[in-house]
Design a protein around this ligand. Sequence first.
Ligand code: CAA
Length: 240
Amino acid sequence: MELFKDKVVIITGGSQGIGYATAVKMAEEGAIVYACARREKTFDHDNIHYHPLDVTDEDSCRKLFEDIMEKHGKIDVLVANAGITKDAMTRKMTGEDFDSVINTNLKGIFNLVRYFGPKMEEQGYGSIVAVSSVVGEQGNIGQANYAASKAGIIGMCKTWAKEFSRKGAQVRVNVIAPGYVLTDMVKSVPEDLLDKFAGQTMLKRLAEPEEIAEVITFIASDKASYITGAVIDVNGGMRL
Ligand code: CAA
């Protein structure tokens, strides 16, 4: 049986990396997936549709909500995955670089959930999965902005796990905290540091995007119907 048959799924940052791997997995399980990104992309899979979205732009977020409501009248799953890095040692980090990471990674999720969360509550069901990071849990040299955004996601999602279910709606809100994953994002990291990070895991390697997508798919699905307000570490044992 298909896990997401006829379910409407939105994935931000859906055109590459973890987001794209998740889009493919959910589409294979029968979902109608809207893979959202700033730049247009065509997908091979019939069930994956591109939708333009800039999570920092409130109008763009509202437009996505309106389009989905017009087409489907419901939302089953929101995977809030879009994220950026602007790494620098704190003494060199500009206020602009701090703000832009917070605006994308943290406020960008709020900009969507302020529409989709209450809609899920009204429907009586729904699942939100936000992608944080091991960096949000333990910090990382050169990532004060990113660590703050990813730690913020955890508090924000726990709040929503409480808010949207308080009248009995089966709305679940969970966080996935990956370690280092082999995507374009980590390509900016010096190779010696990547080796060091791999060495800090119990498995002595970085993750493939599909290994994260698998967990997001499970947590988003009805198979995880009793999991909410959780932070799921998927980091190869980097942080025990
Ligand atoms: N651990 C230990 N030491 C570190 C370090 C680390 N993670 N990062 C930097 N340092 C040390 C450097 O070795 C250097 O030491 P010395 O002063 O003794 O020479 C010092 O800190 C300054 O570092 P740089 O010389 O590299 O300084 P820079 O200004 O040229 O660059 C930087 C700073 C941009 C932060 C660069 O160090 C860097 O790219 N670091 C990697 C940051 C990182 O891990 N980003 C993760 C991106 S992927 C992601 O974010 C996904 C996710 O969720 C995990």
